[in-house]
Design a protein around this ligand. Structure first.
Ligand SMILES: Nc1ncnc2c1ncn2[C@@H]1O[C@H](COP(=O)(O)OP(=O)(O)O)[C@@H](O)[C@H]1O
Ligand SMILES: [Mg+2]
Length: 264
């Protein structure tokens, strides 16, 4: 498990596929193993979902956007700052406590909202570049949906990409696109997680399809009505079956990373 220390894990996939759910489950699983976790909520369209699902709290931390004194709508200020030396201010270890929530070994940060996608992408890739707590903390990044972040080098600042795939045509197609972009950029650690699967034969079909096109499927989180209820109530996701599935996925990731360390 030490192989995950200091690693940045970017979670992406189609909107609604379960990125935030998987991020919360991974955080719980790593926390239970005594790992330090930094969770970065990078989806400006779904604010506070992780404070609820991961910590059971209604309100999120103050956004990093505010910490950087970047005002909503002030795009000139944002671009100027991003290209100045000021972004070194983003040393996570120096960020005051009001910019994160703490629960056991988990710290939750929130990027913040910028309505213009292009500016947000640059801002977010900058955050990722300097988002580093210490060599022991595992960093989980709950990304927004889509693939445009690839244009802004987000992937260069991550060690591992998890594609969450739900049993829907668009989700599978997007997984293929993400995988292709990762291959073009020679990103080594790209793994798919199936989520919300409620039927064994569907699971096998999707797995076979993804494997055929070269996508490494590391496991499944089944459709789980307790997750749905937690998300509906805005309470913490801690269903033991789902956390057990997440434990298995984390083990798979660690094993693959270890194997590749030995290969080198
Ligand atoms: N394994 C699961 N079983 C049942 N419902 C799920 C599961 N994973 C996610 N969901 C539901 O799907 C919806 C979208 O999940 P979410 O994690 O917010 O997706 P994303 O972050 O990709 O947009 C949520 O309402 C959640 O209740
Ligand atoms: Mg989300």
């Amino acid at each position: 498990m030490r192989v995950l220390n200091g690693k940045r894990i970017l979670i992406n996939g189609k909107g609604g596929s379960g990125k935030s759910t998987i991020a919360a489950l991974f955080a719980h699983s790593l926390n239970k193993k005594g790992k330090k976790v930094a969770l970065l909520d990078g989806d400006p369209s779904n604010v506070n979902v992780l404070s609820r699902s991961c910590m059971g709290l209604r309100n999120g931390p103050l956004p990093l956007l505010e910490y950087l004194n970047l005002k909503y709508g002030n795009y000139t200020g944002i671009t100027e700052m991003l290209f100045s030396e000021d972004h070194f201010k983003l040393k996570i270890s120096e960020i005051p406590a009001r910019y994160y929530l703490h629960h056991e070994n988990i710290r939750l940060f929130q990027a913040g909202k910028i309505s213009r996608d292009d500016i947000y992408n640059v801002f977010f890739s900058m955050i990722l570049q300097y988002f580093n707590l210490d060599d022991e903390t595992v960093i989980l990044i709950d990304n927004k949906a889509g693939i445009e972040y690839f244009m802004h080098g987000v992937n260069e600042n991550t060690d591992l990409i998890i594609i969450v795939v739900s049993p829907e045509y668009e989700s599978i197609r997007l997984a293929e696109k993400i995988h292709n972009m990762c291959m073009e950029r020679e990103i080594e650690h790209v793994y798919a997680v199936l989520n919300k699967v409620d039927c064994r034969s569907t699971e096998n079909d999707i797995k076979n399809h993804l494997s055929l096109i070269g996508i490494d499927v590391i496991g499944t989180v089944e459709h789980n009505s307790r997750i749905k209820i937690s998300m509906l109530r805005g309470s913490m996701i801690n269903d033991p079956i789902a956390v057990t599935a997440a434990n298995h996925l984390i083990m798979q990731i660690a094993n693959r990373m270890l194997t590749s360390v030995f290969k080198q």
